[in-house]
Design a protein around this ligand. Structure first.
Ligand code: 5AD
Ligand code: SF4
Length: 475
């Protein structure tokens, strides 16, 4: 039976979220409708991530749960990087899968769905040079903050990473296509565009780079904010650094993964930077844009990482004072050089290092958030919060902000999209909540009464009801 309703579940990075949106538009253009929340869909697309073992296994455990009580199941499409990495093998692992489509082939979904509905079992993991974008329908509606993929793939071959294998070589989309898509997103309601790429700062059309592209997009009337992610230190050009100081619409935020603070480990990872070159780069960024919020990625317990190497990572975190950072336990990925390296690190050591790194990152994150208390800024309102009338939005530094329900009225905020607000209250991140000793919460202004009023359990890790701190006066 040809499916009439669909559900797309995207895992992993923002590029998968973007791909999920494009698949949704594609299926919508075929006359299919997104299934309502809580309702069964005729077709389920699992848009998967392969970067760490846990993410890849999640795809398979989700497939099992798609079997309905009466024994029937929806049509199941495996998409994304697990599909690319495993191809037809995925169907042998899970016979419930009806079709397998890689990240470069999803424009073929409609015909593959028709084949699968007719009893076929199509697999397409071809990597034609980004022809999929030409085959996708034009963008019509956009969220206030919209993703726009400008570059795909990676040529860096870090020794732990599957991306060069699952997403292929670096390919940049043409300038005109990107500019046209940006206009369509703004016409469709976007006020912020986040340019995406596995190595977004490697974007080039042969003579222009990401900095020129950003300057061009900044001329679009109605577009208020531009961001880009994820970048590699090796591709941070002088022009891009200068753009941060000169283009007002380019937000003061940079996600620049470093992975380790030890030069020995960076070399084993095949990262082309050292801690020194990385720190110098950040110094130049701060000189160009003094209020920039810096973020990074870290891998702990890479094969051969000693306690001393790990301490060098902690030291780097202290030197940079990240506004946010993401850290992961090393996960051996089959086919990557690091997977067969000697000295794989025991699980308990991994966990201990990850916990210590989280603690250190959270200290700096909280300090950054505190430095913004009392600062008046624009918040891009993105969606309604859980409480009636509450709005959730983003500050220029990519910190999530909750707008109290009383002011301004929801309708007015919807129309304005931007609200001017002081950063009045501060919320420790969930990780901080878990990692910090009780005294630290109290030092951060936390009162037991606030906690009880908000329904926070106080002890449970990641309690979603952790209360906001009292507002401070505007300076
Ligand atoms: N194990 C753990 N983390 C990884 N990352 C990439 N590959 C692995 C791996 N094999 C992390 C890196 C990268 C982020 C997207 O995921 O920190 O920047
Ligand atoms: Fe993976 Fe990023 Fe390294 Fe490319 S630069 S191989 S995407 S970690």
């Amino acid at each position: 039976m040809t499916p009439k309703t669909f559900k797309i579940k995207s895992f992993g990075c923002q590029m998968n979220v973007y791909d999920g949106e494009r698949m949704s538009e594609l299926l919508g253009a075929q006359g299919m409708a997104a299934a309502a929340d809580g309702e069964d869909a005729d077709l389920v697309v699992l848009n998967t991530c392969h970067i760490r073992e846990k993410a890849a296994e999640k795809a398979y455990s989700d497939i099992g749960r798609l079997r309905r009580e009466d024994g029937s199941k929806p049509l199941i499409a495996l998409a994304g990087c697990v599909a690319q990495a495993e191809g037809a093998e995925a169907r042998r692992r899970s016979p419930m899968i009806d079709l397998v489509v890689g990240p470069q082939a999803y424009h073929r979904l409609p015909e593959m769905i028709a084949q699968a509905a007719g009893g076929g079992r199509p697999v397409d993991t071809d990597m034609p040079a980004i022809s999929k974008f030409d085959a996708l329908p034009a963008r019509r509606r956009a969220t206030p903050s919209a993703f726009l993929t400008v570059q795909e793939g990676c040529d860096k071959f870090c020794t732990y990473c599957v991306v060069p294998y699952t997403r292929g070589a670096e390919v940049s989309r043409p300038w005109d296509d990107i500019v046209a898509e940006a206009h369509a997103l703004v016409d469709g309601g976007a006020r912020e565009i986040v340019l995406l790429g596995q190595n977004v700062n490697a974007w080039s059309d042969g003579h222009r780079g990401l900095a020129e592209l950003i300057r061009k997009l900044a001329t679009i009337a109605g577009l208020e904010r531009i961001r880009y992610t994820t970048s590699h230190p090796a591709d941070m050009t002088d022009a891009l650094i200068a753009a941060h100081g000169e283009v007002d619409k380019l937000m003061p935020y940079l996600h620049l993964p470093v992975q380790s603070g030890s030069n020995r480990i960076l070399q084993a990872m095949n990262r082309s930077h050292t801690t020194d070159t990385y720190l110098r780069l950040l110094e130049r960024m701060r000189a160009a844009r003094p209020d920039i919020a810096l973020s990074g990625d870290f891998i702990v317990a890479f094969p051969g990482e000693t306690e001393r190497d790990f301490e060098a990572t902690l030291q780097l975190v202290d030197e940079v004072r990240y506004a946010a950072a993401y850290s992961f336990k090393y996960s051996a990925r089959p086919g990557t050089p690091a997977a067969t390296m000697e000295d794989q690190i025991p699980r308990d050591v991994m966990e201990d290092r990850l916990r210590r790194l989280h603690e250190r990152i959270n200290t700096h994150q909280l300090a950054f958030n505190r430095s913004k208390v009392g600062v008046h800024t624009q918040i891009l309102i993105e969606r309604a919060g859980r409480q009636d009338g509450q709005m959730i939005g983003k500050s220029p530094w990519l910190r999530s902000r909750r707008r109290p329900r009383h002011r301004p009225a929801r309708a007015r905020v919807r129309a304005a999209l931007f609200a001017r607000a002081a950063v009045r209250r501060l919320r420790p991140s969930p990780d901080y909540h878990r990692a910090a000793p009780r005294g630290a919460h109290r030092r951060a202004g936390q009162q037991g009464a606030d906690r009880r009023r908000s329904g926070c359990c106080g002890a449970r890790p990641r309690c979603p009801d952790w209360p906001l701190q009292p507002a401070r006066q505007r300076p």
